[in-house]
Design a protein around this ligand. Structure first.
Ligand SMILES: C[S@@+](CC[C@H](N)C(=O)[O-])C[C@H]1O[C@@H](n2cnc3c(N)ncnc32)[C@H](O)[C@@H]1O
Length: 244
């Protein structure tokens, strides 16, 4: 699992996978509150959460409180709330295409007792991260590429290349094409999600991401399975010093 794998972590370094697991907790709560009759669905999410926890012993990316994190497609801060709590004040930057979701996120933060935390939220329709006037140690796009056509992902990667500090990392999840490259058969990614070659939610062949950053200063790595409850796989892009 690339450098998500490190068994002994300094206590003050919080595994990024651990924070991601909190998302699964939020998803479980969402399923519980919003879909009370879907017990099977809930259980599959809970199981995913358990496996994610068991992989925590070996999973960590070393996000430190002093790092600056860009949460791409942060939505209503379902996961962001855990990062806001963990990171130093002002070090969380949320980005989404939908301004209303960011407003909902601020309300969620207030409900969680984090209303006094400083954070920056930005709505934009073309990944213009430069508007933050800030470079980032980490960036994350959880369940975002799964909804985007590939040319839009290309724009995101192009902007990420400028947004990361050298050595910075961008983690992104996606549904993996289970067949040959020209597979166009819908793919049952989990009990509740079918992914498609050409409509939302999309699946992709991982090599397309390698191709996308070839010749850029982003280095591609497929982390792959990480016990996501809906079987999304993980990509990692590391900003290098100069084009590869
Ligand atoms: C499934 S939600 C994931 C939210 C959050 N990352 C999480 O895991 O809880 C996908 C998010 O991506 C956002 N999104 C979709 N297209 C986008 C784009 N072009 N630019 C920025 N955000 C986008 C949506 O508005 C939505 O909030």
């Amino acid at each position: 699992m690339g450098d998500l794998v490190r068994v002994t972590a300094p206590l003050h370094h919080r595994p990024i996978a651990k924070i991601c697991a909190s998302w699964f907790h939020s998803v479980k709560l969402y399923a519980l509150l919003c879909r009370p009759n879907r017990r099977i669905e809930i259980m599959s999410v809970v199981d995913g959460m358990r496996s994610a926890r068991s992989s925590l012993a070996s999973g960590q990316a070393g996000l430190k409180p002093e790092d600056r994190l860009l949460d791409v497609g942060c939505g209503s801060l379902r996961g962001g709330i855990h990062f806001v709590r963990y990171l130093n004040d002002g070090h969380y930057y949320g980005f989404d295409i939908d301004q209303r979701l960011l407003g909902a996120g601020r309300r969620e933060l207030a409900k969680a007792g984090l209303g006094d935390r400083r954070l920056t939220l930005l709505a934009d329709d073309a990944f213009r991260f430069a508007k933050f006037n800030q470079q980032f140690d980490y960036a994350l796009a959880q369940s975002v590429f799964t909804h985007l056509p590939f040319n839009v992902i290309m724009r995101c990667l192009a902007e990420i290349e400028d947004a990361l500090v050298v050595g910075g990392r961008f983690y992104a999840t996606f549904f993996r094409n289970p067949g040959r490259r020209l597979n166009i058969e819908p793919y049952r990614a989990s009990d509740e999600i079918t992914a498609f070659a050409d409509s939302d939610p999309f699946f992709y062949d991982p090599d397309i991401f390698r191709w996308a950053v070839d010749g850029s200063s982003l280095e591609y790595e497929l982390i792959g399975e990480w016990n996501h409850p809906r079987n999304q796989q993980m990509l990692k892009f590391t900003k290098m010093n100069g084009a590869g």
